[in-house]
Design a protein around this ligand. Structure first.
Ligand code: ZN
Length: 318
């Protein structure tokens, strides 16, 4: 499939990855019809579905992260595809309720399953699947774990669902032209994960931050807490009027929307440094660090201990 993308730099910063390698994964077969996901039009032509602040289970079927699409004069870009093939199909139905323009791109902001497992629902559109250059390796390393976790959470038998790897990867920056509308993609250094990608719709100044921005739901540090704080500094300079977080309200003011996340991550770093300076243990850090943040975040008890543990390991090597 030809990429209609133009590159910001003279030398190509993106390249075609192995096309259409199909790796079977998990989930249910495509439903014949699906209820469209409810979406908000947060700016003209920019539609967002707000996922629930829950862990994936049989009731929500993986509908726990924000996803959506941008409509140009000639094409549609999906930005994150939902946490299961079924959610992907429902997102596709929502697109078809608003436009019959072709779906040319499916962009994944990173490899976490709640953002990427809906990709298979778009195979029949033959879009380019667009992701960070490190997306595929990161997902491959976790695939068995994600499959087991999904099967036990949702209780769905593994069927003929494929994980579709990127056909267009971003190592630095990339423009996607939807016809009269350009999306600016940026691949970031290690932060929330090692494969975070953001999308800015130039026309409406809407920034899709993926999980570089959590609101309301406790964040998960799966890359580098120090890298994440640095990335938030750099991202704050993005000339956006509003942001779509990976988790949280479908639209929020930028960069103010990152205030809570920045405070939480900073507290984790400061707290862990204090425990380490006193030669304390990981368990002491887990029991105390950022404890006063608990009332501010949903699912705090599920994520804060892991975040403190990850940060302890990261800062040990400073
Ligand atoms: Zn994530």
């Amino acid at each position: 499939m030809a990429a209609a993308a133009t590159f910001l730099r003279p030398s190509p910063r993106a390249a075609l990855a192995g096309a259409w390698l199909s790796v079977w994964l998990f989930g249910a077969a495509a439903p014949a019809t699906a209820d469209p996901l409810p979406v908000f039009e947060v700016a003209p032509g920019v539609f967002v579905h707000a996922g629930r602040h829950e862990e994936t289970d049989a009731t929500n079927g993986g509908d726990i992260a924000n996803c959506g699409f941008v409509v140009g004069d000639g094409a549609v870009a999906v930005i994150d595809s939902g946490g299961s093939p079924t959610i992907g199909h429902r997102l596709r139905e929502a697109i078809r309720a608003h436009t019959d323009r072709p779906i040319r791109y499916v962009v994944n902001t990173h490899m976490h399953p709640d953002h990427a497992l809906g990709n298979a629902a778009f195979l029949s559109d033959r879009p380019d699947f667009v992701a960070h250059v490190r997306f595929q390796a990161a997902l491959a390393a976790r695939m068995d774990h994600y499959r087991q976790a999904f099967d036990s959470a949702v209780g769905a038998p593994a069927a003929e669902v494929r994980l579709v790897p990127p056909t267009l990867v971003v190592t630095d920056r990339l423009e996607l032209d939807l016809g009269g509308r350009v999306l600016d993609l940026v691949a970031w250094p290690v932060a929330h994960t090692d494969n975070d990608l953001t999308v800015l719709d130039r026309q409406t100044k809407t920034l899709w931050a993926g999980d570089l921005l959590f609101m309301e739901r406790a964040p998960a540090i799966d890359g580098s807490v120090l890298g994440w704080l640095r990335t938030l500094d750099a991202l704050a300079a993005t000339p956006a009027a509003r942001v779509v977080p990976g988790h949280g309200p479908p639209s929020a003011p930028w960069p103010d929307a990152a205030t809570d996340l920045r405070r939480y991550l900073s507290r984790v770093v400061e707290g862990v440094r204090k425990v380490q300076a006193a030669h304390g243990t990981i368990q002491q850090a887990v029991d105390t660090v950022a404890a006063d943040e608990a009332p501010r975040w949903r699912l705090f008890d599920s994520y804060n201990p892991r975040n403190v543990t990850a940060t302890f390991a990261e800062l040990e090597w400073e």
